[in-house]
Design a protein. Structure first.
Length: 293
């Protein structure tokens, strides 16, 4: 029969194992965070180095750090100011958010709440578009925009956003709407409300978490998009920040890697601010992906 001393010893051993396990867990998390955050730390530290020290230099801390790269990045390139590129990116990102959120909400309401012939077929086709790689549609889409005169302006990048072409966000909002009781719609219709009134007064306020989730992902994707602006924008004064970054790399002469990294740091700041402001809504919205009607 175990004595009181044995019980105390067993309790101490359990507490010691618990502390060791907790210490090992936190140490592992610190190592993982260091690995994940190292690229961001390298980018920031490299923005303080001259271009000659960025390539081939293994030291993370700059030997002669300065803000000259940021001054060069802010002065622009090819005679175009940094703020021109910034404004172009901001216009495309903001209008993309508006287009995707509004069009996806309307399309989701049509699929989730309105009964019409062939709805299941159209829904299946919409979901199937998520399996279609973007690269498959590049050439026909470019030809279409060229025939419509949308090359070399923002219309080629923004018009599709207002046509509910982002099937993932439509599907996300449909899943969210399936968790909202239909009794709310029926009560509104008894009071004489039509689809427009039901959608604007009842559905939209309840759909806010999913809409904010779509807005966050759309803003980040549009802000960081490189291929779309590279294909459809030919004039340098229309370039976005991701496309403008490549102007600092010249294969024939000396490339200004320091200014390129500094501009990348400046381009990252709006995304970080946008994410941290709306991150609590992002968690609520992502949780809705598992809802079932």
């Amino acid at each position: 029969m175990p004595t009181r001393n044995d019980s105390h010893r067993l309790r101490r051993d359990a507490q010691r194992r618990s502390r060791l396990g907790s210490a090992a867990y936190h140490l592992g998390m610190i190592v993982v965070c260091a690995i994940v955050l190292y690229p961001a730390a390298w980018m920031f530290m490299s923005s303080l180095k001259p271009s000659s020290e960025i390539i081939g230099n293994v030291n993370l801390i700059p030997e002669n750090g300065s803000l000259d790269n940021f001054a060069t990045a802010l002065s622009g390139i090819a005679g175009i100011s940094f703020w021109t590129f910034f404004l172009n990116s901001l216009i495309i990102a903001v209008f993309s958010v508006v287009g995707v959120v509004v069009s996806s909400a309307v399309a989701a309401y049509a699929f989730a709440r309105i009964e019409y012939r062939g709805k299941k077929v159209w829904f299946a086709l919409m979901v199937a578009t998520m399996l279609l790689p973007f690269h498959v549609t590049i050439i026909p889409q470019y030809i279409l925009f060229q025939n419509l005169g949308l090359i070399n302006n923002f219309g080629s990048l923004l018009i599709p956003k207002f046509l509910a072409t982002e099937a993932f966000f439509v599907f996300l909002m449909i899943q969210f709407l399936r968790g909202i009781p239909r009794e709310l719609d029926e009560a509104a219709r008894i009071d004489g409300a039509g689809h427009v009134r039901v959608f604007s007064s009842i559905i939209l306020p309840l759909l806010r978490p999913a809409m904010i989730t779509a807005a966050i992902f759309t803003f980040i994707a549009s802000w960081n998009d490189f291929l779309g602006p590279l294909l459809y924008l030919k004039r340098p004064d229309l370039y976005t920040l991701p496309v403008a970054l490549r102007l600092f790399v010249d294969q024939t002469t000396t490339s200004d890697y320091g200014a390129q990294v500094a501009m990348a740091v400046l381009a990252l700041i709006p995304v970080m601010i946008f994410f941290f402001v709306f991150q609590r809504y992002l968690i609520d919205g992502v949780a809705t992906q598992g809802l079932k009607g």
